[in-house]
Ligand binder design. Structure first.
Ligand SMILES: [Zn+2]
Length: 387
């Protein structure tokens, strides 16, 4: 509005008109002195990024497209209805599970029961939450009662968890795939196989000599890059088929692989892409150059296969798959630029000094973990600058 306007309430929907800046309104709402409903909160959060009305009008004028569109999703968390916008971590899961916007899905983490994400996709989270594992390792079951199931990442050798996984699959596990050998992913494979009367093969990539002692793994058979694992059966309405395509993705671990569920356009990302935490690159088994190249490979696969959702080994389902991966890549490259600058400013500096400078936006308690990723970036920077 132009200057000097007096707002007047209509007394049906508005009662106490005042002029207020978006940030001030949000502050008062946060303090509990100013009630605002969800859509208004989200609109004000976006408006407050603009310094003035002129800036906002300018942004509208240069954009042919709407400045933003929004379709919040809701689920249940700790007994309450919780709503999320596109940029918030649980959004993708709600969009996948309730595409029509119904509010049925529970976001609370638990290890007691498998969660049905689609009719041919279940997730059972292992009871191993922690700093490195977030809410715990997600084991996935792909398949249905007619085709049987492929189990992805059985997790740690936790008897109760493996029993629950076996039961969720109706004792019909046809193959067991490990995305990589880390101790929260692969040790459950052998005991799960032992539970199954049909002894399903354990598939994946063998750990390399660079793997730590707790990450040794040798599958019954190695999976080739591009190989397809197929479950199929004839059901009442014709043939049912679930196809998992293997993508070799070294970087987080030298023997890491991801899987594309072709019929549903889903990507199982193991630890290569996570929701709510950052992938650790721990050299020498982890390698930053390979990690970035694998991200590019995953981004290309998402584009080619119209993949919208990512199922990570830790955290909820991620939406906007291609965008999520390219943002991750950009974030790593920004961090690498910061590290390169720290190295240039302090050529004789110690790793610790470089961590403090390049991770000054990260709480010091995370610096020991960050130091491993920093080492990976330093290796990558040196690989690129050496003749
Ligand atoms: Zn891992």
């Amino acid at each position: 509005m132009p200057e000097g306007q007096t707002p007047v309430a209509d007394e049906t929907e508005q009662f106490e008109p005042i002029w207020v800046r978006p940030s001030e309104a949000l502050e008062r709402h946060a303090q509990g002195t100013f009630f605002i409903i969800f859509p208004t909160i989200r609109t004000l959060e976006r408006l407050k990024a603009f310094g003035s009305v002129q800036d906002l009008m300018q942004a509208c004028a240069v954009n042919e497209e709407p400045l933003w569109t929004s379709c919040p999703r809701a689920g249940w968390l700790a007994g309450n209805e919780a709503r999320y916008m596109e940029h918030e971590a649980p959004f993708g899961e709600l969009a996948l599970v309730n595409p029509d916007g119904q509010i049925h899905h529970h976001l609370d983490w638990q290890s007691e029961q498998a969660v049905a994400l689609l009719k041919n996709l279940q997730r059972l989270t292992a009871p191993n939450p922690g700093v490195m594992t977030g809410p715990g390792t997600n084991s996935y079951l792909v398949g249905d009662p007619v085709t049987g199931y492929i189990a992805i990442d059985p997790g740690p050798a936790d008897d109760d968890h493996l029993q629950r996984l076996w039961r969720a699959a109706g004792a019909q596990i046809k193959m067991i795939v490990c995305t990589h050998s880390h101790p929260d992913h692969s040790p459950g494979a052998r005991p799960l196989q032992a539970l199954c009367a049909n002894k399903p093969p354990i598939l994946g990539l063998a750990s390399l000599p660079t793997a730590r002692a707790n990450s040794q793994f040798s599958p019954d058979r190695e999976l080739a890059d591009g190989e397809k694992l197929v479950l199929h059966a004839s059901g009442p309405d014709g043939e049912i088929r679930h196809t998992l395509r293997v993508l070799h993705t070294p970087g987080h671990a030298a023997n890491h692989l991801c899987l594309v569920l072709e019929e549903d356009g889903l990507l199982f990302s193991g630890d290569h892409v996570l929701n709510g935490s950052t992938t650790v690159i721990d050299p020498p088994d982890g390698h930053m150059g390979q990690y970035l190249a694998s991200l590019d490979k995953l981004a290309a696969a998402c584009e080619a296969g119209a993949i919208e959702f990512i199922l990570p080994a830790h955290g909820h389902v991620l939406g906007f798959a291609h965008k999520a991966i390219t943002q991750l890549s950009a974030h790593r490259l920004r961090r690498e630029a910061k590290i390169a600058a720290a190295m240039q400013a302090m050529p004789q500096g110690s790793l610790q000094e470089w961590v403090e400078k390049a991770y000054d936006d990260v709480p010091p308690r995370l610096w020991p973990v960050a130091a491993r990723s920093l080492q990976a970036h330093v290796d990558h920077i040196r690989e690129q600058t050496l003749p």
